[in-house]
Ligand binder design. Structure first.
Ligand code: UTP
Length: 227
């Protein structure tokens, strides 16, 4: 199976602990050993938010704040590459084209962000679309897609399965709520919808759940193409 795994920065490196990065690398290595082609997109998490907060106070433009976020995602990508034992391209890919070339060489592709204006959620969806991935896994810090933000709304319910168009609707309604924190951004959902991608959103703090999802044991929200 060809799989794109999107690992949130707050999942991979909330505190830059080496053993957590190693555990994620081990899960990717396991997928490769099982015969899967794997590309990984890594987010920036709280470290990116801290840099962005400081630079915003210093008067940086939104474009430059995004550029700072991209730099942090690439640092996290570099950490993951360092920990991987399977043959990963040593330099994180800076473009989707470079990531696709890595996959074609039979290497694990690891990348962070690309250009300002979106997040690594969208980067992952674009990569999955480009390489025609069989599955796109979002390893987030929440156990799936909820009807509202579970951290602030006790009535929030998790969806076990959503069609891609339902996912777009759910995420749009969450994103229009002030201060909300959607597990996947809206652009990503639109790409998932237009490409008919299969995706799963899960709690990736235990990376074995990523392996389980690829093996078909979804503990999260499964997104299926519209008919
Ligand atoms: P993330 O993808 O980590 O954003 O990129 P996020 O969703 O806020 O954080 P997670 O999911 O908790 O990890 C960090 C920031 O980098 C910029 C954006 O500003 C984003 O918020 N970025 C990232 C881009 O501008 N372009 C990209 O392709 C990726």
């Amino acid at each position: 199976m060809r799989v794109v795994v999107s690992i949130g920065g707050s999942v991979l490196a909330p505190d830059l602990a080496a053993d957590r990065v190693e555990q994620h690398a081990a899960a990717i290595d396991e997928l490769v050993a099982d015969g899967h082609e794997v590309a990984v997109v890594v987010g920036g998490g709280d470290v990116a938010r801290q840099y962005i907060g400081t630079a915003r106070d210093l008067g940086a433009t939104e474009y430059d704040l995004d550029a700072l976020g991209i730099d942090v995602t690439r640092l996290n990508a570099r950490l993951l590459v360092t920990a991987l034992e399977s043959s990963a391209t040593p330099e994180p890919a800076e473009t989707h084209e470079a990531a696709r070339a890595s996959l074609r060489r039979g290497e694990v592709a690891v990348m962070g962000g690309t250009v300002p204006g979106h997040t690594t959620d969208a980067v992952s969806a674009m990569l999955a679309e480009m390489v025609q991935a069989d599955l796109l896994v979002y390893a987030t810090s929440v156990p799936g897609v909820f009807s509202a933000d579970p951290n602030v709304d006790d009535d929030a319910e998790r969806f076990d399965t959503l069609s891609a168009s339902e996912l777009v609707d759910v995420i749009s309604s969450i994103e229009t709520t002030a201060g909300s924190n959607a597990p996947v951004d809206l652009l990503a959902t639109k790409i998932i919808e237009r490409s008919g991608l299969r995706a799963v959103v899960l709690d990736g703090t235990d990376p074995e759940r990523i392996v389980a999802a690829v093996e078909g044991a979804f503990d999260g929200t499964e997104v299926v193409p519209d008919d």
